[in-house]
Design a protein around this ligand. Sequence first.
Ligand SMILES: C[S@@+](CC[C@H](N)C(=O)[O-])C[C@H]1O[C@@H](n2cnc3c(N)ncnc32)[C@H](O)[C@@H]1O
Length: 487
Amino acid sequence: MDVPADLLARLRDRLVTTGYTIDGVRERLGDVAAAALAREELVPAERATRDPDPLGALIRLWWLGLAVPERHLELPVAELAAAGLLRRDGDEVRAAVHLQPWETGGYLVSDRKVRPGDPALRPDHVVGAGGASANLASLVTRRPVESALDLGTGCGVQVLHLAGRAGRVTATDVNPRALRLARLSWALSGIEGVDARLGSGFDPVADERFDLVVSNPPFVISPRGRFTYRESGAAADDFCRDLVRDAPRHLNPGGYCQILANWLHVAGEDWRDRVGGWLAATGCDGWAVQRDVLDPAEYVELWLRDSAEQGTPAYRERYDEWLTWLESLGVTGIGFGWITLRDGGSLDPVVRVEELTTPVEQPVGAYVDEVLDAIVTAHRIGADELRHARLVTRPDVVEERIGPPGAEDPARIVLRQTGGLRRHARVGTVEAALAGVCDGELPLGALLAAIAELTGADPDETMARIDELRPLIAEGFFRIKEPANDR
Ligand SMILES: C[S@@+](CC[C@H](N)C(=O)[O-])C[C@H]1O[C@@H](n2cnc3c(N)ncnc32)[C@H](O)[C@@H]1O
């Protein structure tokens, strides 16, 4: 699919001027059909574009994959057909690829999502952008970088998000067809200079380092790597483990690696130890978050649905084979989540592994640096330094006091962040009092002494609670005002 640059420029121009943009499509379809389309349901959008105007015709052609009479299209059909992007069928035209606007303002070219009853997926299927793509894009740090690597670029969506934030972008994929379609995505999005390379894992960038490595990898854990777009063919969750293990060799000092991953929950092993072990072996500071966990049957169903295999003759057999294999590994569940590594160059790296399944403020990338800073500071600050540090309560923290009506003392006090990761922590009266007074003015030791005096508590015991503040600092309830050691 070698498409002349000037044809792509004219196509892009036509798409933009016709209003084939995220906002234009939403407005043209209306709220209900647009929301259905976001759920991958096509029928409402098909109904809404039955009498096609130029924009409706583009939606039917490129997004819904319908045959459109050539006379409805204000496109260079012959040239696009010669380039392999369209197929003529009598007076009608069909798209050979899925082409849709994306939230960054650009366009993505991929294969069409398969649906029940469609022919089987081609082995070199190029997956379009979806929830996981948006998830990773939202997680990635917003700090500008000189060099970035997108490993397993697929239709090229992460590059659309990196463009403008990264001086140089390298994108790799093991599937040559993915690189061909990704190049179309970038050209139609006006993105130039992406260094696209073919190969597996870090092979295509063997001796190179980057400020930022991102990957929405083929993380699906299955008995056989049947579909390259989601499965690597590596055993169990080894592909994600190896990505984490190898990433530090490709990071510049201070560099970030941010990936999505799946990991196994195995009987007799805490998943936190499994994932924590991956991160601890890197020597980087690390943060892993489990966002969701499925039981083995839910997992198999999800991915058989993704490849539209429900209702096919092979469904039962594949389901059974997959479950049998997971059972043989002692798998009790499969976790999905985010992994962030930062090469802090420390001899005392810190790793935090946690579960956060409730909605968080998006994009996480806007504050992921702060999250890591908090984890690292809480781990490294010495006891004496902490006593002299000036703390500031996170501005969006609220306090909840819960107890029997009319009771003088609450049974529980909870500090809750109303933004960011929306963490909450059950605390004692000392921590709650601190949250009310930490404004960065007085050192922590002086505040604790004053709280002891006010509450009549034992000053030594109150001071001994200082180490219990570390988890609250790690979770961002308190920030240490710089410089930490001004006494
Ligand atoms: C889940 S898709 C992600 C696509 C895109 N980056 C996104 O965020 O939506 C995974 C991509 O990894 C590619 N892939 C599969 N095995 C790979 C390997 N061993 N090395 C590099 N890429 C691989 C697939 O071809 C596919 O394009």
